[in-house]
Structures are given as C-alpha cells and as structure tokens.
Design a protein around this ligand. Structure first.
Ligand SMILES: [Fe+2]
Length: 307
C-alpha cells in the first residue's frame, strides 16, 4: 500500500520510516520553498526574456532553446545562493541539519509536445533512482517552479514497490558513469545515447499516481520508488527543482527502503554534504555502502562544469 501524506506534521524520523515503506509526502508551500523557487524563476526569466520560460519553446528553434537553457542548469547548481536556499528548505521540512546530508539540487525542464526529447529536456521513463547507485536511504525532494498540471507531472508506479523487474543496473557502475555518461547531457537534442540503467522488460505504467501541488509545494519520496516523467502534453514547458537527502543515523543503523532489483556498483554517497557545515559523509559509512570495482579512469565524484 502506498499512502500520500498531505502536509502531515510529524517528526522527521517518523516521516523517513514511512517514506522507506513506500509512502509519498506532499508538503504545502512555506517561506523557504517559495524563496528557492522564486530564485530559480528569476534565473529562467532573465535568460528567456522577452519570452515566458514556459512558452519560450514556441518562439524559437529547439537548438536555440538548448543553447539558452543548457547553461542555466550549472548556473543554478553553482550559484552561491542555491546551497543556502536548499538548506533552508530542508530545515523547514523539520530535518536535523546536523544529521542530514544534501546533494546539489538540479534544475530540470520538460518541454511540451515532444519538442525536446533528450539531453537537457529528457523525460525519464519508468525507473528507480537506486538503479543509478543512489543509496536505499535516499529521499528525493521535488518542487515545481511554475504551476503545472497532471499532464506535465511526475508519475509514481507503486505496484512496483515490492516487485522487482529486469533492469540495466547490473551493468551500471557509478564511477564509470561519472567519467563518461554525464558530461555531454546538454548536447543531446533528439537522441540520447548515454548508457542508462532502464527497464529491460515491458513495464506496466498503470495504475499510476500523479501528484499535483502549487508552486512552493514539495513532494518527497524514496529513491527506490518507481517513478517517471509523464510525456508533457500541457502546452507549457514544465520546470522543476529536485534534490536528495540522506540521514546519517539511518546509514549507521541500516534503515532504508528495501532493495528489490538494484545491482549497480558504486555509491553516490560522496556527492552529499552535511547541512550544518558541508562535511562529507564519513568515509567508513561510504565504504560500507560502496560495492564493486573502481575501474581505471573512473571518477568518484562528478563535478558539473560551470559554463
Ligand atoms: Fe528519478
């Protein structure tokens, strides 16, 4: 069973337990989430001016759209304000910043009507983030930057919570991916040739859950939850922010979502930084969750270039 908890007040550890059991949280807008989304809106509106970012795709060829949108993503990631704004969001969620490690947030755009189908605007088919070496204790947080509809949302597929499927995670090594797969994402326009550990058998997207919330709302779910980006048919580009958290006591105690079908090598735990002071996850914990080989030339931590 998957329940959706709407603006449910409870201690963070109780919420994490429920998320590790496959439940989904949606939290109402607060000052911190509104500040983060307003900041992202400012960056988008500046570069797409005089067009509105959600309608700019109808005003320019796709190559131009990629040229404009591609550089905003690293700019958002590396902007000195972003980290503080995300930390405020985590604090407002009631998490203990001394125990919570946060990765860098991403800015995503999903264009409407198949305008941009790969790279910078890629709509992910059904997947679990743990297939990409995310820890099973990872919680994903997702915020819309503009109001959106069920036609441009994420979808959850909770019937796969306990049901494993054949997927490419067994051939996936995070450190090889860091070295080879990530760097050229923005260059892909129509065909995505990057190796992705997706499903290897026909998937059944239905029944599916789509959660719609206003700007400043935030959706939290387990990295083991099967989810996808629905093909956007809303007539507007959907822009969103997402970031991930892990709680260090859960790592220590081995509390997490169950693993039903993830066989990848490596761990993304080195990407996370402690909320209070930016410290890395302690090395002994990273080692406990690491697996497989570090092949020659592989990269432990991917540093997105700031362009
Ligand atoms: Fe995902």
């Amino acid at each position: 069973m998957t329940a959706i908890f709407a603006d449910a007040a409870m201690p963070d550890d109780r919420r994490r337990t429920l998320i590790y059991q496959g439940n989904i949280f949606v939290v109402a807008p607060n000052a911190a989430t509104l500040a983060l989304t307003e900041f992202a809106r400012g960056l988008l509106e500046e570069v797409f001016s005089p067009h509105h970012p959600t309608r700019a795709q109808y005003e320019m060829p796709v190559e131009r759209f990629v040229e404009i949108f591609g550089p905003v993503k690293p700019r958002f990631i590396h902007h000195p304000r972003t980290k503080d704004l995300v930390r405020d969001v985590v604090e407002q969620l009631g998490a203990d910043l001394a125990e919570t490690y946060i990765d860098v947030p991403r800015l995503r755009g999903v264009t409407s009507d198949g305008y941009l189908t790969a790279g910078a605007g890629y709509a992910f088919p059904l997947h679990r983030d743990v297939w990409w070496s995310a820890p099973l204790a990872q919680i994903n947080w997702w915020l819309p930057i503009y109001d959106f509809e069920a036609e441009s949302s994420m979808a959850f597929h909770p019937h796969y919570w306990e049901k494993g499927i054949s997927n490419g995670s067994e051939e996936f090594n995070y450190y090889v991916y860091n070295a080879t797969g990530r760097a050229q994402a923005a260059q892909h326009i129509s065909r995505d040739t990057r190796k992705q550990p997706g499903p290897r058998e026909p998937v059944q997207p239905d029944p599916q859950l789509r959660v719609v919330c206003p700007v400043g709302g935030i959706i939290g779910f387990s990295a083991a939850q099967m989810h996808s980006t629905v093909p956007n048919t809303s007539g507007r580009t959907r822009f969103s922010i997402d970031f991930r958290t892990v709680n260090v006591s859960d790592l220590r105690e081995g509390r997490s979502a169950p693993n039903v079908d993830s066989y990848c090598e490596g761990t993304s735990l080195r990407d996370f930084r402690r909320g209070t002071d930016g410290a890395q996850v302690p090395g002994e914990l990273v080692a406990r969750y690491d697996s497989g080989e570090v092949p020659e030339g592989a990269v432990l931590v991917y540093e997105p270039t700031s362009r």
